[in-house]
Design a protein around this ligand. Sequence first.
Ligand code: PMP
Length: 444
Amino acid sequence: MGHVFPRHTKTNLPTAVSGEGCYIIDQNGKHYFDGSGGAAVSCLGHSDQTVQEAIKKQTDQLAFAHSGFFTTEPAEKLADLLVANAPKGIDRVYYVSGGSEAVEAALKLARQYHLERGDKDRSHVIARWQSYHGNTIGALSAGGNKWRREPFMPMLVPMSHIDPCYPYRDQQEGESDEAYGVRAANRLEEEILKIGPEKVSAFICEPVVGATMGAVAAAPGYLKRIREICNQYGVLLILDEVMCGMGRTGTLFACEHDGVTPDILCIAKGLGAGYQPIGAMLCSRKIYNAIENGSGFFQHGHTYQGHPTACAAGYAVISTMLERNLLDNVNKRSEQLMQALTDAFGQHPFVGDIRGRGLFIAIELVKDRETKTPFDPKLAVHAKIKKTAFENGLICYPMPGTIDGKNGDHVLLAPPFIIQDEHIAEIVEKLSASFSSVFDTLGS
Ligand code: PMP
């Protein structure tokens, strides 16, 4: 087929032709159950008529108007809906086209906030190891995945990284969840003091880590302590909810679970649910006012920001999610899926941990359950599981362990919010069959 530059040049991909509920169908009519919503994107499945009709209506009326000249009704309606449902204090919305763009905008907004206030030395950003914030240079600099970073090192923007909150491997014997949360968060204070508080602009993290670690939620009290530290040293808190936001973890915004309000919040993926490419950066009145009372102009912008069709889709996605009470289904099915996975794999010799929140659940694979030793990266266990599951008609999202052995391969599941009993059974059955084939061949 054609001339599309694929992610891996040596693969022959099937052609996706249509979508029906939780399934994608290829040119041969083969059905794939979308157990990861692509990469935590397709939260409403693939044939939601409300969203499809909203897109059609908007393109019939006006597909695009440049945001430098106009605002539009869909852009305003979506912003009102997001703010009405956001943690208290968040009240401005800046649109972009995806997750990396949201993170880039957030890093620049943090810098400009300090400049507007005359705090010219605050440019340093602190992030965490084993994190992912996007593939553009700024977002990649914030990301703490060494494999992704290393080839581009001289081009990356200097930032520093602290160890993440990772109970499975980092919590000590006998240490309570809360004590661990505070201990892990205090690493931020140490780093701020090391850099010099007057130089630090922002700290960025994912409330529930997605792609790099696999559905690792912050320990209780972790984000509260992070918020306190940021307040104490005048450092802005940026939460990256590109993957875990928009209902994925059972609340519309993931940080609601922790009762913490960031200064800047990044969303994407589930906002457009795959029907349109859209992301957003939300910020507090404090940040917005500094710009409004200063230069009056956020020095940033992209041609497609606030795209009316994308905003109409985003509005349809979020209002559908809320009107149909889909977050109730996320929470109900989360418990069922977690139970079914625990029943199937809880004693599996190569399963180290099953964890997650809402319909954002991962299985970390290890060579040895007792020592938690990851598989040798050369075995590419994640890639074998991805391939085998795909052949079995299951789309899941396996990722490699880190190159420094800090975590093992994992399989991330992020199915659509519309799943029912039979879908949970299908996920577990296909994953079981895939694990068996892969681990049998590994054994030999
Ligand atoms: N942040 C997080 C937490 C993500 O998971 C991702 C994508 N996996 C991004 C940012 C980048 O988003 P995009 O691929 O839409 O640029």
